[in-house]
Design a protein around this ligand. Sequence first.
Ligand code: HEC
Length: 446
Amino acid sequence: MEFIGRLHPLLVHLPIGILLLAVLFEWLPFRKPYKSLRRSIRIILWLGFFAALSSVVSGLLLKESGYDLQSVKLHQFAGIALTLITGVYAWARGQKQFKRMYKFLSVLVLLLLLTTGHLGGTLTHGENFLFASASTETELTQVNLQQAHFYNDLVKPILDSKCYACHASGKQKGKLRLDAPEYILKGGKGGVILVAGKTDESELIHRIVLPLDDDDHMPPKEKNQLTQSEVEILKLWIASGADFEKSVVESNQLGALQKILTTKKPEPAAEIPEGNPDAANPTVINELMQLGAVVLPVANGSHYLSVNLVNVVAVDSALDLLVKVKQQTVWLKAGDLSINDSHLAKLAQLNQLIKLNVERTVVTDTGLSQLNALTQLQYLNLNQTTISATGIKQLTSLKNLRSLFVFDTKVTADDVPELQNIFPNAKIEIGNYIVPTLETDTIILK
Ligand code: HEC
């Protein structure tokens, strides 16, 4: 099904060619020897009708996210209208009594054809997703750094592969283009996106280092993400003056770039575990939902569950139920609830958890150590709690931690180097200031 959907960009060219031919034949003032061609219009129209129909079917099967829903709907509507009108035209072309309608119908088909094509073109422009490769790494390793041009050879290819789809001549999301220096300097609807020398004031960097869950994160969550080294390169380029002309050597960044491109950083967390457990007991799930929990599979066809306790009031009962489906529960959002240290004891039994969010709860340093039982944990969000570094330092069993969110807590920038030693693979997010970089670590912590 998905494959048929992916054929859509190929299939759509058929009705365009065929129907243009039909319209052309309708209007050509045929001289004697060619007059018989006129008789072929009907068969061409039927061919065009079936080609249009298969385009519509494949288009409806196409699941591509990231498009503006309104434009997709419009494009769909135009495509369906085109198919219907083509059908009517093809049928009428065989009926002598409708002779005076032919030219009118042909103009209608032409207009709908142009509209559908144009709407579709604007949707996909710049995206070659039919042949898009699964690789997320821009081909940066082939660049010879000694001779490379910083912007052209390093920055531009990253923007090209990860941003142009939405920020170039085709689509200009947020009124922003990133496909030429003058546009990058101009910025988007929110104003300037780049402040040379200042990564922390550059919206371009701000957006790419936001947590993946944040609506403002770039590229949007469902799209091909920047790798760690790509983020580092963009940061370094801006930090070193965001120059569009200089070579790597001229910018004095050869050493720093070599370091970025040769040290393999851990890739972002694989937040969906491998394999598939038995399905969770449906009665338990039902009871959870009745308490107000949102329970969803983490991925299509997976028995692993993502649970959000947003609307739950009876926290104790919900946690008791969760323990019964702990084999399946891998993501848990329990923020904004009255979760306290004694609840953490129950939470600690959910030992398959990979993501845990307990932001804005009343947990304290004292209770936190219980989370040591969650050895699979990769993501922990403690934003806006009274947690301090003392509490977090106890979590020495969380060897898999990749992201730790501690905005608006008692954790300060001074604590970060020490925490970073305990969780060497984790990105520690403490808020909107920059921590001096460690010798051993080029990540700028925001
Ligand atoms: C799938 C489409 C898509 C991709 C790919 C994408 N963006 Fe965006 N971007 C958007 C949308 C939609 C907005 C506007 C909504 C908003 O402000 O969050 C936006 C807005 C922005 C803005 C703010 C513009 C302003 O002034 O308001 C910046 C900066 C940005 N993107 C940078 C990037 C960068 C850098 C990349 C590549 C690493 C990227 N985007 C890739 C869709 C995308």
